[in-house]
Each structure stands twice: as C-alpha cells, then as structure tokens.
Design a binder for this molecule. Structure first.
Ligand code: THU
Length: 135
C-alpha cells in the first residue's frame, strides 16, 4: 500500500543526501518496494557538469543493485524545493520506462505542498523500448 505522506517524508530524507554544490538545487527520490522498503536517491553533481546524476536514476539503479526488479517497485516519490513542481527530465523518463512498470505512479512534491502524480506511461508515452530493436 502506498502512503503518500510517508513517501514524501522519505523523499525529503533522501533529498538531504543531495550533493549539489553547482546548481544548489537539491532533489530527493524515494522508491517504495513491494516488501515495504524505501530506497533513496538524490542528485549527485560533478564539476564536469555532464557527469551530474539525477535523483531518480540514482534511486532506480540503487534498487536494482539491491536485487529489486521492476515488478518489486510500486511507487516513486520525488521532492524539490522549487516554486513550480519539478517533473523528471527526459533521460530519467527513459530509464523509468525501461526499469519500472509503466503503471507505477510517480509522485512529485514540493516542500511547500504542491503535488502531482503521473504514471511512468503518462510521463513517457510511445517510449522507445526493446521491441523497437526487433528486426
Ligand atoms: N535533477 C534531478 O535530480 N532530477 C530531475 O528530474 C531534474 C534535475 C538534478 C540534476 C542537477 O543536479 C540539478 O537537478 C539541476 O538540474
């Protein structure tokens, strides 16, 4: 079961782990697994800017490295402190589309209380996937 407030609070805790000395824009992500665990991700930046990694991808890769697969993940929560709700970048949407079930809800929160929820499919319809590689 998804507890929205808890998901937001876990994403807030993840956000505290952000390493973002260049953008000063902290993003927190929390993935909820079927067995009730939260897996954290935060954005980790680099002075070679192109190497910055988003919170969403850090959380998803972290889950896979702990042995979770797409069928084990039931929700993703994100939190930022922007006045306007931040939604996942295009690269993260493609990674979500590959590694999460398309009906997984992605909750976007701001610290100030804005929120929006969209499924992975809604965030990236008509995605490129392994079927497209069939000859
Ligand atoms: N960022 C994320 O972590 N997730 C997103 O979906 C958008 C952007 C990070 C990358 C960078 O560290 C900072 O936010 C500013 O772009």
């Amino acid at each position: 079961m998804i507890n929205k407030e808890e998901l937001k609070n876990e994403a807030i805790k993840a956000r505290e782990l952000s390493y973002s000395p260049y953008s000063h824009f902290k993003v927190g992500a929390a993935l909820l697994t079927k067995d009730g665990k939260y897996i954290y991700g935060a954005n980790i930046e680099n002075s070679a800017y192109g190497l910055c990694l988003c919170a969403e991808r850090n959380a998803i890769f972290g889950a896979y490295m702990q042995g979770y697969k797409k069928e084990d993940i039931i929700a993703l929560g994100l939190v930022t402190d922007s006045p306007k709700l931040a939604s996942p970048c295009g690269s993260c949407r493609q990674v979500m589309s590959e590694l999460l079930s398309h009906d997984v809800p992605v909750y976007m929160f701001t610290l100030k209380g804005e929120e929006l929820v969209k499924t992975v499919e809604e965030l990236l319809p008509y995605s490129f996937d392994s079927d497209n590689l069939d000859k």
